[in-house]
Structures are given as structure tokens and as C-alpha cells.
Design a protein around this ligand. Structure first.
Ligand SMILES: [Zn+2]
Length: 104
């Protein structure tokens, strides 16, 4: 059996949170001290989200996950891979675990 889906990329989420905090600071401190363009850009970013990965203010998954778990004989095979389509963060895990000691 195999499956795939999308998870929230931790690196992209951290970057988005940092950018959002910067925009919020511009809004909090910036009116009258930053250019109108900068201020309007901050308002737009906060109101509309920070990019295509945001939907209605929520960060959506950009990290594609593919995974497979199966038992063959006495062994559980765990095969997991994830890759972010935005920042290319990649993680892979391949493990085998003995599921029965052959005695008990
Ligand atoms: Zn990412």
C-alpha cells in the first residue's frame, strides 16, 4: 500500500511567519514613517496572505509526502519521502524492522 499527500513545510512556515511578523511590525510602527507603497504592501500582505501557499490566512501544505509501509516475511518496511515544492526541503527515511523474534 502506498499513499501521498501534502504536509506543511516547516522551513516555509518559519519563513512565512518571519515575513508576517515583519509586515505586522510595519503596520504597527510604520504608518507615517514608511512610504505609502511599503505600508500598502504590508496591508495587502497581511490581508491577503503572503503568497499562493496561503489560503484564507492559513498556510497550506507544500511538502509532498510519499510513503509506503508493508510487511514481507518477518520484516516491516518503512519507506517515506518528502519534498517541498517551494523551497525544495527534502527528507527521506527507509527502515526495516523485525516484527517477530521467531520465538514467542
Ligand atoms: Zn518549503
Amino acid at each position: 500500500m502506498s499513499a501521498d499527500g501534502y504536509a506543511v513545510c516547516p522551513r516555509c512556515l518559519a519563513a512565512a511567519e518571519k515575513k508576517l511578523a515583519e509586515q505586522a511590525e510595519i503596520l504597527a510602527n510604520g504608518y507615517g514613517t514608511v512610504s505609502v507603497d511599503e505600508y500598502n504592501e504590508a496591508v495587502k500582505a497581511v490581508n491577503e496572505g503572503l503568497g499562493p501557499e496561503f489560503e484564507e490566512g492559513e498556510y497550506t501544505g507544500t511538502m509532498r509526502e510519499d510513503y509506503e509501509f508493508y510487511v514481507r516475511g518477518n520484516t516491516l518496511h518503512v519507506d517515506y519521502g518528502a519534498q517541498c515544492r517551494v523551497c525544495n526541503l527534502t527528507f527521506n527515511l527507509n527502515q526495516e524492522h523485525t516484527i517477530w523474534d521467531g520465538k514467542s
